[in-house]
Design a protein around this ligand. Structure first.
Ligand code: ATP
Ligand code: MG
Length: 565
């Protein structure tokens, strides 16, 4: 492809609203343009990458026996009402104005619709059906470019099985296919699985990559691969030890001391000697939570313990419930349920608020001074704490979900009446799984992981072209002649080439664009080196440059493309 005739509108400046690297570079490299918030057009260069990713996905899905469908994005609303998902999706679902139709945010219902009319006997099972298709979701805060779009491409597949054991097999096949897909795309990913509790053990795994653009926070152990959403993550952290002797309760005047740090400074104590109190409202009643030092309450864990929705008590409520403001609340004299983080299980000689402004109480022995308190793991884990599975430390960071595999079970088949007859002639609901990959997210995450300050660094698998051929002077006939010949030779030999044959662009501009677009190899044709019948080759990833004899260029490029990147 010749740059002089192509639509590759590169940008020198970072567009205003773009913050994350993939968004910046997809815009700057002329790969996408925004049409409206969360809605992007893919331009020719960007679309080439999407097609390459889609091809890898197709190959791996076909390899596990997947059959490709293409379902409509425009769906009759009534099918979605069979599963109550018009209500479940709420504002995220796009409705066509007359409300008879919706734009599909996913396709469980439509696949089940087809299954119920076809898969009638155990002999028709198992099946794996997939598609790579546009999804529509009215995301509240579309951001980070194509990472969270209102219209995006998803590979979604669905398995239909007769038994739970068969579902396990379909799930395993997808797990393997997903690993192959992400490995082939050269993505460094990790898997947050059901075993870590992320989905309550229903059989689900999320394939994630570390990224500042991510909206999930995960705890990850590089050593053993433990990965869990911070909402459920655990860590090894020493408990507060019990002192030999318990002191008497004693009230201490602590004027203007509100935080744990201020209390430690004022009393010259360690933060693990303090019990921090938080009051939540559950079921219209106050619950006091005691944490060690500066540990934070994990509200998801707390909701699991309590069995329902909670909310922090408002400032006015706090005063009413405890008689004090937030910085002076404590367990002694608190009327209501008290739940304590497991780290404090044996603790005595603790300091906490006195439920009286500007006073704290020392010498608290939880066993002695409280009636039957309950202990649970309620902490938010932090970076540097011990992995629960091995001896290394956890790292806590933001991550993006690339893909998701999920054992649906019979939720959709029961709701929609998709039944089959088993070997004994008995009617059963089909057992299903659903599996998604965000195609644009794969591309964006690749760029997140493979770029430098100059631009994108493609490797051979996803690169729009393998080589960027740069003619440094299209006004000199000898440079033009050699460049054209190289272009023909490489192209005829099956190497894909983006030829920077722009007449008026300066050499420096061409170099910058080549680094920005990021093809794995650059072949640079200039007057000076041509005098020795040489051209320069640059490897984008390493920045390595070397001269190659014209006569050896084709062989060298074939070798590089096969061996490197
Ligand atoms: P998220 O938690 O990021 O919103 P999700 O749980 O809603 O994701 P699924 O419904 O499981 O996602 O969809 C399958 C895949 O589709 C996701 O793993 C992700 O890669 C992709 N995806 C989901 N929402 C979007 C979006 N708004 N823009 C781009 N890709 C998306
Ligand atoms: Mg979502």
């Amino acid at each position: 492809m010749r740059l002089s005739k192509s639509f590759v509108p590169t940008l020198k400046e970072v567009p205003n609203d773009a913050v994350v690297a993939s968004h910046v570079y997809m815009l700057r490299a002329g790969m996408v343009r925004m049409l409206s918030a969360g809605i992007y057009s893919f331009l020719p260069l960007g679309y080439k990458v999407i097609k390459k990713i889609s091809q890898i996905i197709r190959e791996e899905m076909d390899a596990i026996g997947g059959q490709e469908f293409h379902l409509p994005g425009l769906n009759p609303r009534e099918i979605w009402e069979e599963t109550n998902r018009v209500e479940a999706f709420g504002d995220t679902m796009f409705h066509i104005k007359n409300r008879e139709y919706i734009l599909a945010p996913t396709h469980e219902e439509i696949m089940t619709f087809h299954a119920r009319n076809v898969l009638k006997s155990y002999k028709d099972l198992p099946q794996i059906w997939y598609q790579i298709q546009t999804k529509f979701r009215n995301e509240a805060r579309p951001r980070s470019g194509v990472i969270r779009g209102r219209q995006f491409l998803m590979k979604d597949s669905y398995s239909f099985d007769a038994t739970w054991e068969e579902l396990d097999k379909s799930y395993e096949l997808h797990d393997k296919a997903y690993r192959n897909i992400f490995d082939r795309c050269n993505l460094k990913y990790f898997v947050v699985g059901a075993s870590s509790g992320a989905m309550g053990g229903t059989g689900s795994e999320e394939f994630m990559v570390k990224s500042d653009a991510g909206e999930d926070t995960v705890a990850y152990c590089e050593n053993c691969g433990y990965a869990a959403n911070v909402e459920v993550a655990q860590s090894k952290i020493p408990s507060r030890k019990r002192d030999k002797n318990s002191l008497e309760l004693n009230e201490i005047s602590t004027p203007n001391v509100k935080s744990i740090d201020e209390l430690c400074l004022f009393l010259k104590i360690d933060e693990t000697e303090c019990a921090k109190s938080r009051v939540y409202i559950y079921d219209d009643k106050p619950v006091l939570i005691l944490m060690c030092g500066n540990d934070e309450v994990n509200e998801v864990k707390l909701e699991k313990v309590l069995g329902g929705k909670i909310r922090p008590a408002h400032i006015e409520e706090l005063k009413e419930i405890t008689g004090a403001d937030a910085g002076s609340i404590g367990p002694i004299g608190f009327k209501g349920r008290i739940i304590i983080d497991i780290r404090l299980k044996e603790a005595n000689n603790l300091y906490s608020g006195a439920n009286k402004n500007d006073f704290h109480i020392g010498g608290i022995d939880l066993k002695r001074d409280l009636n039957d308190p309950e202990y649970f793991d309620l902490r938010i884990v932090k970076s540097g704490e011990g992995c629960p599975n091995c001896d290394e430390n956890l790292e806590v960071f933001s991550a993006i979900e690339l893909g998701h595999i999920f054992k649906l079970g019979t939720k959709y088949s029961v709701a929609m009446g998709a039944n089959f007859l088993d070997e004994s002639g008995k009617e059963n609901p089909i057992i299903m799984g659903s599996y998604g990959i965000g195609v644009e997210r794969v591309m964006a995450c690749y760029i997140e992981q493979h770029h430098d300050e100059n631009g994108i660094i493609w490797d051979n698998t996803l690169a729009p072209f393998q080589v960027q051929l740069i003619s440094l002077n299209m006004k000199k006939p000898e440079v033009v002649e050699v460049s054209e010949k190289i272009y023909d030779d490489l192209t005829l030999n099956g190497i894909t080439v983006l030829f920077d044959d722009r007449i008026d662009a300066q050499a420096g501009f061409k170099f910058k664009d080549a680094d920005l677009l990021g093809m794995p190899f650059q072949v640079i044709v200039g007057e000076k080196k041509l005098k020795d019948k040489k051209v320069e080759v640059k490897i984008r990833k390493s920045g390595e440059r070397f001269d190659v004899d014209l006569s050896e260029l084709l062989g060298k490029m074939k070798e590089l493309i096969k061996l490197k990147c």
